[in-house]
Every structure is written in C-alpha cells, then in structure tokens.
Design a protein around this ligand. Sequence first.
Ligand SMILES: Cc1cc2nc3c(=O)[nH]c(=O)nc-3n(C[C@H](O)[C@H](O)[C@H](O)COP(=O)(O)O)c2cc1C
Ligand code: SF4
Ligand code: SF4
Length: 447
Amino acid sequence: MTDISINFAGIKSPNPFWLASAPPTNSGYQIMKAFDAGWGGAVWKTLGLPTINVSSRYGSVNYRDTRMAGFSNIELISDRPLEDNLREMQEVKKYYPNHAVIASLMVDTRQEWETIIKEVQDAGADGIELNFGCPHGMCERGMGSAVGQEPEVLKTIVGWVMDAAKIPVITKLSPNISHITDPGLAAVLGGTNAISLINTVKSIVGIDLNSYAPYPVVDGKGSNGGYCGPAVKPISLHMLKDLAQHPEISKVPFSGIGGIETWRDVVEFILLGATSVQVCTAAMHYGFGIVREMEAGLRQFMEEKGYQTIYDFAGKALPNVTEWKNLNLKYEVKASINPDKCVGCDLCYIACDDGAHQAISLSDDVTNRVPTIIEENCVGCNLCSLVCPVEDCITMVKFDDGKENVTWDELTNANEIPDTFNDMRAGGRGHFVPTVEDAWNKRKYNR
Ligand SMILES: Cc1cc2nc3c(=O)[nH]c(=O)nc-3n(C[C@H](O)[C@H](O)[C@H](O)COP(=O)(O)O)c2cc1C
Ligand code: SF4
Ligand code: SF4
C-alpha cells in the first residue's frame, strides 16, 4: 500500500492535498467538511486587520464550453472577526488533530505580526503561511504583493516572523514579478521553513460592453483582479521549477498552487519538486469532492510506477528541464496521420497551411477526406497534432537515427554557429515555402 502522508517542514498531513487560503477555508464549518471529504490540510483564509469587501467580487474567463478556465477575484483577506476565526481554528484542531491547519496571515507592523502569530499558535495552528501575494486592495496599503515584489522588505518581515514563531513558517510568493528567485531567495535568507506559490496573477479578465468597466463590476467601476484557475497552471509550474532548481532556495520544501484540479496536475507539481499542493478555484468550482479523484489517481500512478511515498518521485522531472541551448538540434520528428482515426475535418490542413509550414495537402479525390503529410516540408512543429480533435490521430514520429546529438551551446563553444543566413550551417535553409505566385493563383482560383 502506498503511503501518501507528508511531513512538510514539520507540518504533518495524511496526504499532500491542502485547500489554499481562500473562500473554501473561510470558516471551521467548511474546513471540517473538507477534511471529511478527504483533504489532508487547509490554509485558513488570510487573517489580519479589519477590512471591508465589495460586491461583486469574482470574474471569469469562459473559454468556449469551459466555464472558469480562468478565474479572477477582487476579494480581500478574511472580513470575519478575528476572534471567531481563532475560536473555530481551535475547535477544528480538537476534532481533527491529525489534519494540517495552517494560519495564513497578513498584517503590517512588527508588533502586529508578533501579536497575531501568538494568537494563531495559541489557537493550535500547525503552521503559518505568510500572504505576500494579494495583487489587489491590500497591496495598495503596503501589504500582500507590495511585499512580495520587494525582496528586501520581504526578507525583513520573514525575519520578524521567524523571531516570533514557534511553529513552521511557509512564505507564499506572488507571481507578479520578473524573477521568482528574487523573492524566493529573500524568503530563504529571511529564514523561512518553506515556500508556497503562486498567489494570483494581476489581471483584467474582460470589459463589460455596457458599463465599459472591467469585470467584476462594482457600481460602474472595476479594478485589477487576481487571476487563478486552470489558466495559470503553466505559470506556476514554471516558477516552481525555477525555485526547485536553485541551489539555495531548493533547501526548503515547496507547496505548489495554481490551477490544480486533477490527480495529473498534482503529479506534475510533485515531479517539479512540490511536496504538498494547494487548491482554490477547483474547489470553488466543483466542491470538496474533487479530492477523491486526486487521491485515487495519485495512488494509481504511484502503484503503476512502483513508488512507496511521494518523496520517491518528488522533483524527478527537474533534470529534464533545461535551457533551450542544451536541446538536441539533430532530433527530428514529423507528423503522421492515422487514416483509420481521421474524421476528415481539415483542421490540420488549415492550421498547417495558414499557421505553420504548408506541409499538409488535401486530396483532389472528394471521396478521400484524409489529408496527407508532405514529409519534406514538415518541420515537426506539433501544431497539427494539437489542433486535431481526435486523440492520437496525428502522432509525431521520430525521423532521425538517434546517432547525432548537437546543441547550440556545443556549436557556440566550438565556434560552429552560423554567422550569416547564407551560411550552410544556418537553419531554415532549403525549407519549402510556396511562392507569392502560388498565393496569387489560389486567390484567382477562389474568386
Ligand atoms: C476568491 C479568492 C480569494 C482568495 N483569497 C486569498 C487569501 O485570502 N489569501 C491567500 O493567500 N490567497 C488567496 N487567494 C489565492 C489562492 O489561495 C491561490 O493562491 C490562487 O487562487 C491560485 O490557486 P488556484 O488556481 O487553485 O485558484 C484567493 C483566491 C481566490 C480565487
Ligand atoms: S508538424 Fe507542423 S509542419 Fe508538420 S505537418 Fe504538422 S503543422 Fe505542418
Ligand atoms: S485534424 Fe485530424 S481528424 Fe481532422 S483532417 Fe486532420 S488528421 Fe483528420
């Protein structure tokens, strides 16, 4: 039997699935319901100073049939009385001593940090998460992402917290920065026990065409929001990779956040070095029950691969994430269409002819709807396989014999890189491109 329990910087949890600090962790009621559903931990909705929320608060990017492919909010930290949150935290820990309850905090002065840290420790929190991420509202008051974007300030505040805290401290980073390693390193130098990422991405999800205000509209006006949900997963994975490959920052564990919805997302985050994951949007969209699919899928993956614990495969993808200059320039794939699966929709032809390399032709025979790959034109870009609506209908087939391996870096070191476009070593030479006359003739033909 696989063991999916974790010890995250000293915070023990029966599994790596935590709810992120957000509306699903607004109350003890919700957190207890979530633990019953199977979540191993919860980061309480950020506690801090008294605040007032607006209505409405959320916006979304609905992409075709998919609602909330991206999600946005202009909500602030918890607006519930601090003493209610602390009392409920204590009660939750009483009922669920083996689950992880982490207090997310955001205050301003050193005195305020010291006071609130003592309060959540007294309430029985297993750990503290520092919210340096909110890109709206709180940052205008010098907190949230205003701290996350200033590594020196962040380091100072982490230092204050470490002096005061007796329980593990996780620093939650904002993605609204050019180099995530700057605040990441500052957090580690400040003494943090762990890092979580990402908080939301500063964004405008759309403009209401009646009020001309950004969503969500508040009495005819709007503000930038924080973007999250499936759309931000690639940003989060990339930032996690940057931290996990850094020799100093990788000494602390990472909790991965951003667009996690399925077991596969969970595994991908673990493969890039996370040893706990946090979920907000998917729980808001589908409810706490999604954790059952996550757990079943994670266990099945581990059984199939022969892993006993998640630490057996945490970070296993990291050696394969390299810089472009280290990729093998001699590796060659080309598209191949399975005629038995093709439904003759022409989408691959249109994509390749208009958006790629004119490497797909259609048959003149109206009874044959299967396009043909023109191998000598195909550069192996993948586009047709990505647009094809049938799973595994277009696959990319290896064409090189695997004997050669040359990288841009090696060519540079050997002084072998092309220095003019006429250089025989330059790429793109001899690739087929239809002529201007071809376009002209097609135009005449289409009229
Ligand atoms: C409505 C809403 C409120 C949020 N409130 C907080 C908060 O109080 N503290 C915090 O650290 N993050 C907050 N977040 C950010 C989430 O914890 C999380 O970092 C982000 O949503 C990315 O995860 P996801 O893609 O699973 O939603 C909030 C997110 C949403 C959507
Ligand atoms: S892989 Fe790219 S170049 Fe090759 S056929 Fe597909 S779209 Fe065209
Ligand atoms: S996109 Fe796929 S299904 Fe459609 S014509 Fe091309 S190969 Fe066939």
